[in-house]
Design a protein around this ligand. Structure first.
Ligand SMILES: [Zn+2]
Length: 206
């Protein structure tokens, strides 16, 4: 792509660094921004800067939050004895959209994937075990995507929880094998949570 302006080229290059944005789309977006009033662009860039400067990870569940502890963890109406283990914030959003789950979450920040060089120590597993050790948690629900990496992660955590007085369950496989949680429709995901099954029952299929 030949550019008549270095400024235009820089903006397009930066934009095309975003996932799913090719050079042509980047050019279309940049030209769109150019046509917008300055106040729109200021609001847009300020929102991104505010996000980068001020966003926090909840010190308890590691969900993305505006505060030290997120609004789900501080909500007294949630069931703090039930912890749903998910991969990332998109899964929290998907489950919250079902409006059927009243417990709290634990965001691992990924799944165990030796191929990608991700081991248990790179995930937020220790803090989950700490919560269980404190004895305030009655049930752990594994809600990772049903992929090999998801199953491996579930099993790893399950083994770590042995000997602790906590129930483990996993969402029912209304979620198709290999599906990512965030793409499941709300009704399917909601039902999968309601009809969760004891984790032990899934072990034979591993
Ligand atoms: Zn939280």
């Amino acid at each position: 792509m030949e550019f008549s302006s270095k400024l235009l080229e820089n903006a397009v290059l930066e934009m095309s660094n975003l996932p799913g944005i090719g050079k042509r789309t980047a050019l279309r977006l940049v030209l769109h921004i150019l046509k917008q009033p300055m106040q729109n662009t200021t609001a847009f860039t300020q929102a991104i800067l505010d996000l980068k400067n001020n966003i926090k990870l909840c010190s308890s569940c590691h969900n993305i939050s505006d505060h030290e502890v997120c609004e789900i963890c501080t909500n007294p109406d949630r069931d703090h004895q039930t912890i749903c283990v998910v991969e990332d914030i998109r899964d929290v959003m998907a489950i919250e959209n079902t409006r059927t789950y009243k417990g709290i979450y634990h965001v691992l920040g990924g799944k165990i994937s030796p191929i990608d060089g991700v081991g248990p120590s790179q995930l937020k597993i220790t803090s989950l075990l700490e919560k269980v050790k404190q004895g305030t948690c009655k049930e752990i629900i594994f809600a990772l995507s049903s992929t090999i990496e998801g199953d491996t992660t579930n099993f790893y955590i399950y083994k770590q929880l042995k000997g602790f007085d906590v129930e483990t369950s996993t969402i029912a496989r209304g979620i198709a094998i290999g599906d990512e949680l965030e793409y499941a429709d709300e009704v399917t995901l909601g039902r999968s949570l309601l009809h969760r099954i004891p984790f032990e029952k899934t072990l034979k299929s591993l």
